[in-house]
Design a protein around this ligand. Structure first.
Ligand SMILES: Cc1cc2nc3c(=O)[nH]c(=O)nc-3n(C[C@H](O)[C@H](O)[C@H](O)COP(=O)(O)OP(=O)(O)OC[C@H]3O[C@@H](n4cnc5c(N)ncnc54)[C@H](O)[C@@H]3O)c2cc1C
Length: 420
């Protein structure tokens, strides 16, 4: 949508093909009839440093709909939760003692905040770099659980530039849009339609072929047919692009298929009562201590429950490889697996607090940046003239997010408009 906005502004006719029946992609949300706000299917917030997204919102004139509370992110130590969303907060965390380890942790944190030389860091895995510089104990307590949680079996292969970017760009203040991310996506879609952009929902692209122009075969409720465009931007996963366009040269296809990523399974519950009575928003969980998910997020400790008719909204989510059994369990089975853990956040929790459960699954949630990833990123300009590609896997060294989807979308639009 960000690319369509710029291309339309540059005087081009633009059509968006969207397989789903709604706009928003992975950042889409849903709403119960008695809620005034939507809630994201997969937990979402913005950082105060998300410049591209915040600038786009300002450009559209909707900055009064942004709000940035300062919710609590916490980490477990000896059965107690401690705030953990900034270097000063982390320095007060008792899990590292108050001696040499704390000093190393602080110095490494400071170095990573100050340096901009991520290219030097991408040559190392976060596993080896952190063990060397922060020390085995700090790594095992702080960074290893984070890497395992996010990257599972790839945890010791992720490069250090990813960790650098994460520490560099994140802020303690977190933001969202009035009415939720879905409200933003729908307002943006409406604006695009008014500008003349055609948005075809429930219209999946089946193939893209080079024949003078670019022939796109689409499938929608009127059946399958073909249309030709001068230029095409694909924003799906790399593996889907490889499937849609097998005519791409072998090298480029191989590059797409060699990229690694994790899927995600997220359960959303509406509850009658608040789960974290301390008002904590985000719980980072050490999986090795037996939690059946990576993160517990009480959305209504960020966006108040009066936006949801008094319901309390809680997410329990995990990044997983696509073959993981959570992808095959029914919603009821997953709830049964997760339920015992909820008492750890509030011993009074009872299953009858749960009003409704939704489960969302995606095979492509988080790219895995391996060592020297910058050399393996597929070019936005594909080898087929007129065909462009912009996906989460090309966002680097920053961790993927809607901010960077806007950035890469606008970068691609710039290329499309300037190329002959
Ligand atoms: C668990 C989780 C938590 C996240 N948390 C945050 C967060 O807190 N903050 C943040 O900013 N970002 C977050 N993100 C990341 C954010 O959602 C993504 O970076 C962003 O949505 C990527 O946008 P995109 O347009 O590149 O891709 P997508 O959102 O994946 O959009 C791709 C679109 O292509 C459509 N499509 C697929 N196949 C076809 C086809 N054949 N034909 C037509 N259309 C097709 C899909 O339906 C989809 O709408 C999170 C993601 C996940 C999974």
């Amino acid at each position: 949508m960000a690319a369509a906005y710029d291309l339309n502004n540059a005087g081009h006719d633009v059509t968006i093909f969207e397989a789903a029946g709604y706009v928003g992609g992975l950042a889409a949300g849903f709403k119960e009839p008695h809620w005034s706000s939507s809630v994201e299917k997969f937990y979402h917030h913005w950082f105060a440093s998300d410049r591209d997204m915040l600038n786009l919102i300002r450009e559209l004139g909707w900055q009064d709909k942004l709000f940035f509370p300062r919710p609590y992110t916490v980490l477990l130590y000896k059965g107690k939760w401690y705030p953990f969303d900034s270097i000063p907060k982390a320095l007060l965390f008792p899990g590292l003692g108050f001696g040499f380890n704390k000093l190393r942790f602080g110095l490494v944190g400071l170095y990573l905040k100050l340096t901009n030389n991520w290219r030097a860091l991408e040559k190392y895995t976060a596993h080896e770099w952190m063990r060397t510089w922060a020390g085995g104990q700090v790594y095992d307590k702080m960074w290893k659980p984070l890497l395992i949680g996010k990257f599972g079996p790839y945890y010791d292969q992720v490069n250090m530039a990813w960790m650098w970017a994460r520490l560099k760009a994140r802020t303690a203040r977190l933001g969202t849009f009035e009415g939720g991310f879905q409200n933003f996506a729908e307002m943006f879609a409406q604006k695009l339609r008014e500008m003349g952009v055609v948005i075809r929902l429930k219209t999946g692209v089946r193939s893209i072929k080079e024949r003078g122009g670019l022939d796109i075969e689409i499938d929608d409720d009127r059946g399958s047919r073909q249309e030709t465009f001068q230029k095409v931007l694909v924003t799906t996963s790399p593996s889907l692009l490889a499937k849609l366009c097998p005519d791409l040269p072998e090298d480029y296809l191989k590059g797409l298929l060699e990229l690694r990523s994790m899927g995600a399974v997220v359960m959303v519950m509406s509850l009658k009562r608040q789960l974290s009575e301390q008002g904590y928003y985000w719980f980072n969980l050490p999986k090795e201590q037996g939690y059946p998910f990576l993160a517990l997020v009480e959305h209504t400790n960020f966006v108040p429950p009066d936006n949801f008719g008094g319901d309390h909204i809680v997410y329990a989510g995990d990044y997983l490889e696509v073959g993981h059994e959570y992808f095959t369990l029914s919603d009821e089975q997953l709830l049964e697996r997760f339920t015992p853990a909820f008492k750890k956040f509030n011993p009074q929790f009872e299953i009858n607090w749960v009003k409704k459960v939704w489960v969302f699954k995606t095979p492509y949630a988080q790219p895995v940046p391996l060592v020297n990833h910058s050399k393996n990123i597929p070019a936005i300009r594909t080898p087929i003239q007129g065909l462009y590609f912009a996906s989460m896997s090309q966002v680097y060294p920053w961790d993927r997010g809607t901010n960077f989807a806007v950035q890469i979308g606008r970068q691609a639009a710039g290329m499309m408009a300037s190329d002959r």
